[in-house]
Design a protein around this ligand. Structure first.
Ligand SMILES: CCCCCCCCCCCC(=O)SCCNC(=O)CCNC(=O)[C@H](O)C(C)(C)COP(=O)(O)OP(=O)(O)OC[C@H]1O[C@@H](n2cnc3c(N)ncnc32)[C@H](O)[C@@H]1OP(=O)(O)O
Length: 211
């Protein structure tokens, strides 16, 4: 690949990431705005023009940053991995892996709502699945999830920070078992965090280099 091509790809990854982050802000603002209906209708018209402009040249699936061997090395050296940066439908996570433990911080936003005021259980499952799949991938195993068992122990309030953690508990041939939790902050000094959601994933290695 020519240097100029690589630079263009890097620029596209960066600019698309920023664009998608702004689109996420837009999604939240659109879903929660209490502007007057005529203002909302005017904004909808402006957005339709922008959507059509973006679609003038498009790709079949979202841009994807590959967790390839070079990126895995960076993560193993302490860099975080910006998961789902380019897909506004997914919940973005900055995944860190330290001493075999994956972690990420998250503040569930208004669009994550399931039961009134708290996070949707399917989204909790999705973020833990993503965290554990990345952790396996950082062990240089290219995997897909074949099973995910989730226990919901406490509601996760919207707007307050939570912490995701995960670790691998076993490997056997192509199979990796990993467990993860979503933790609510401690209620005070010296108090433990509360496990709101716990999950166990069975991941199976598939052929090919990590990507
Ligand atoms: C890329 C990351 C990016 C990194 C970025 C990460 C982003 C987030 C990714 C999220 C992860 C996902 O959601 S992944 C998407 C959802 N998952 C999928 O689409 C997977 C669909 N399933 C499949 O494609 C297939 O079942 C395969 C390829 C996984 C396995 O097929 P196969 O190659 O023929 O292998 P097979 O012999 O059937 O299974 C191998 C071993 O696994 C066991 N096994 C297979 N399925 C199951 C099952 N449901 N429950 C229990 N055990 C199972 C078998 O018993 C066997 O054990 P033994 O006989 O060896 O003991």
């Amino acid at each position: 690949m020519l240097d100029a091509d690589a630079e263009l790809i890097d620029e596209r990854i960066a600019v698309t990431g920023d664009l998608v982050a702004t689109v996420r802000e837009l999604m939240t603002a659109a879903a929660t705005s209490e502007l007057a209906p005529e203002e909302l209708e005017a904004i909808r018209g402006e957005l339709a023009v922008l959507a059509a402009r973006l679609a003038e040249r498009s790709r079949p699936t979202p841009l994807r940053q590959h967790l390839d061997l070079a990126a895995i090395d960076r993560v193993r050296a302490g860099a975080s991995w910006p998961l789902w940066r380019h897909n506004p439908l997914a919940i973005p996570l900055d995944v860190r892996v330290h001493d075999g433990v994956a972690s990420a911080d998250l503040v569930p936003g208004p669009l994550y709502e399931g039961p009134p005021g708290s996070m949707h259980g399917g989204l909790s499952a999705a973020v833990l699945d993503s965290l554990l799949a990345v952790l396996a991938q950082v062990q240089r195993r290219r995997v897909v999830t074949v099973g995910l068992q989730v226990s919901y122990r406490a509601a996760i309030p919207l707007g307050a920070p939570v912490r995701l953690v995960g670790r691998i508990v076993g490997t056997e041939g192509r199979k990796t078992t990993a467990v993860g939790e979503i933790l609510l902050p401690a209620s005070g000094p010296g108090q433990p965090e509360t496990v709101a959601v716990s999950a166990e994933a069975l991941l199976v290695e598939i052929p090919g280099a990590p990507d």
